[in-house]
Design a protein around this ligand. Structure first.
Ligand SMILES: Nc1ncnc2c1ncn2[C@@H]1O[C@H](COP(=O)(O)OP(=O)(O)OP(=O)(O)O)[C@@H](O)[C@H]1O
Ligand SMILES: [Mg+2]
Length: 256
């Protein structure tokens, strides 16, 4: 135990040393910008710019289309993984899939962020369905209105970027949702695996990193545009080496 403590202390020492080496300052500013409204997403995606994810997309689509009817409760799928990996992108691909669009009577995309505010979310769902702003302020009339919209409909609700795993709030949000057709589905993207505790252990899809080749293609697309420098062996060797260090994280590759 003594030895383990010593090793742990040494590791902490190294981490503390890096703080000053990289001139890091203490604060919560960055985290809030990561979570704030500037990062709001929509369901739109330019599919021609997305590399790989073919298998993941097909798997999720077929789960959405086939599996749902086995559930008595609402089906919930969580796409989980670290920041910038491509969870939102995969969710967009699934949401816009032709067969998914045909199978669901209604599709709704809502950006959640760290604010799991049930009234705001219910309003956002209604606004997305109705296409105009919703002035109802109280929860009960909001939920009543949502029930009216969902009843006898098979809907797909994409909740992007969920941070909080608050089972009580989830239960309230779900009240109107299970009034839709039984085959209705919720797709959540989140960095936190424990979100499945909130949704009572529904299906979790751990998103993997991009493959080396897809990473390279993405880097090439961003660095060289269309076709320029294609076939330059030296650049490819250097480029692949750079990309290897990004660990298959899409955001890192794009940022570089
Ligand atoms: N397969 C891909 N091909 C090309 N670009 C991708 C791919 N996946 C993600 N990207 C790009 O990488 C960036 C990060 O992706 P995305 O927003 O989907 O990540 P995320 O996992 O949802 O991140 P966060 O946890 O921060 O919400 C985006 O600019 C997106 O367009
Ligand atoms: Mg995201």
């Amino acid at each position: 135990m003594g030895l383990k403590l010593k090793t742990a202390r040494e590791k902490l020492g190294v981490i503390a040393g890096e703080k000053s080496k990289f001139h890091l300052t203490q604060g919560v500013g960055e985290v809030t910008t990561l979570r704030n409204e500037n990062r709001q997403t929509s369901s739109l995606v330019n599919e021609s710019e997305v590399l790989g994810r073919v298998y993941e997309k097909e798997k999720l689509v077929s789960m959405l289309l086939c599996d749902a009817s086995h559930h008595d409760d609402l089906s919930v799928y969580a796409i989980c993984g670290m920041g910038g990996l491509g969870k939102t992108t995969l969710s967009q691909l699934v949401y816009n899939d032709e067969n998914v669009a045909k199978a669901f009577d209604l599709r709704v995309w809502v950006y959640v962020s760290d604010d799991l505010n049930i009234k705001r979310l219910t309003q956002a769902i209604l606004e997305s369905i109705e296409g105009n702003s919703c002035n109802i302020q109280e929860l009960d009339p909001l939920q009543q209105r949502l029930v009216e919209k969902l009843v006898r409909k098979r809907f797909l609700l994409a909740l992007d970027n969920v941070w909080n795993e608050c089972p009580d709030k989830w239960d309230v949000l779900k009240q109107p949702l299970w009034r839709g057709k039984r085959e209705s589905t919720v797709v959540i993207t989140t960095r936190a695996e424990k979100i499945t505790l909130m949704t009572a252990g529904d299906i979790l899809h751990r998103l993997r990193c991009l493959s080396n080749d897809d990473s390279w293609s993405l880097f090439k697309q961003k660095a060289f545009g269309r076709g320029i420098n294609e076939g330059n062996v030296i650049l490819e060797i250097i480029g692949r080496e750079i990309v290897r260090r990004c660990g298959g994280v899409s955001l890192a590759i794009k940022a570089l």
